[in-house]
Design a protein around this ligand. Structure first.
Ligand code: SF4
Ligand code: SF4
Length: 333
């Protein structure tokens, strides 16, 4: 039985875990990726500690803890103001079963400082570390729009793997700039013996707001076919089967883990059931007073959003990253 199934089948009255909380701790990061609008967002925001505290304490469905908390950004390891939220997370350690962190690992010194601080606060908690890698050498630097990014992330990966309890996996966003160099990336990941989760650059009018950039980085028909061929040859992950389907113009079949049981809490305090569409926003920003009530009211809107057809966005979604990072995990329900 999977961890998720065990959590759901816990006898009545016993502790029960549910869903994933994706918490964007800060909107700033150390990169300027070709597909991401966050670096241009103003003003940059940092998640209020009270909002994070409330979210951690109030998982959906009257569960008493989250199946997983994922820290994201911006970059939660790199930005000092984001790192100052780690004690809030540590104080709520009993409120989640698993912890994961998404980072670019750039700049390396700041990212390693953040990782050490997180491990210091959450000592003994196993950590899934998802590190962005969009290519080898200059390809990665071009996608990240930061010279030296590949050298930085390479050093970060080497040092992060020495941390006890840290499991590293790579995430790659397939886009116009790297679609011709994916085999090099897959070879490099194989040499490092690291798994890779793939996504394809997606249109988003919320959270990372890719719309101003999307036209320049989206895949054309020939590139979509190339990406589908690559995934067929080089990935056996269940989610990538679904990704290939969408690239060929067919609807997704794997339901998103975030949509039905998860919450995305962005650093301005907005709650959503997805990061790709304004239609998926539950509410927010959460007020400083009455945070818990506003949180509960926001989560109560999920059935209404779903009834209004918000999930239609999922049929063509190629984000993947919100669903299952390690996509050979248990099937979402
Ligand atoms: S994808 Fe991540 S690292 Fe890249 S610009 Fe956006 S927040 Fe920063
Ligand atoms: S499948 Fe895509 S569009 Fe649907 S909720 Fe998940 S990330 Fe959002």
């Amino acid at each position: 039985m999977t961890v998720a199934e065990q959590a759901e089948r816990t006898p009545a009255g016993a502790r029960r875990a549910r869903g994933i909380l994706i918490a964007s701790l800060a909107s700033a990061c150390g990169c300027d990726c070709v597909f991401c609008g966050l670096p241009d967002s103003r003003p940059h925001t940092v998640l209020p500690a009270g909002a994070l505290r409330t979210a951690l304490a109030r998982p959906p469905g009257q569960a008493d803890r989250w199946e997983e908390v994922n820290l994201t950004g911006g970059d939660p390891l790199v930005i000092p103001a984001a790192r100052r939220l780690f004690p809030v997370l540590a104080a709520a350690r009993s409120r989640f079963e698993r912890l994961s962190v998404s980072t670019a690992g750039v700049p390396v010194t700041a990212a390693l400082t953040g990782l050490s601080e997180l491990c210091g606060h959450l000592g003994g908690t196993p950590l899934d570390l998802y590190v962005s890698l969009d290519g080898v050498g200059e390809v990665h630097d071009r996608v990240r729009r930061r010279p030296g990014a590949f050298a930085d992330v390479s050093r970060f990966l080497a040092e992060a793997r020495r941390h006890p309890g840290v499991a590293v996996a790579l995430t790659c966003v397939i886009n116009k700039l790297n679609v011709s160099a994916l085999d090099e990336l897959a070879d490099h990941a194989a040499e490092l013996a690291l798994p890779v989760s793939y996504a394809v650059v997606n249109r988003s009018d919320h959270y990372i707001n890719s719309l101003p950039l999307y036209r320049d980085v989206r895949l054309d028909a020939e590139q979509s076919a190339r990406a589908a061929d690559f995934l067929t040859r080089r990935s056996t992950q269940r989610l990538d089967t679904d990704l290939r389907r969408v690239l060929r113009g067919e609807p997704r079949t794997v339901p998103c883990r975030l949509l039905h049981k998860g919450v995305l809490l962005t650093s301005d305090g907005t709650t959503a059931i997805c990061g790709t569409s304004q239609r998926m926003v539950l509410g927010g920003p959460l007020p400083a007073d009455g945070t818990a009530q506003a949180w509960d009211e926001a989560l109560a809107r999920r059935p209404q959003l779903l009834a209004e057809g918000a999930a239609e966005t999922c049929r063509t979604c190629t984000t993947n990253c919100y669903a299952w990072r390690n996509s050979d995990g248990p099937a979402p329900r």
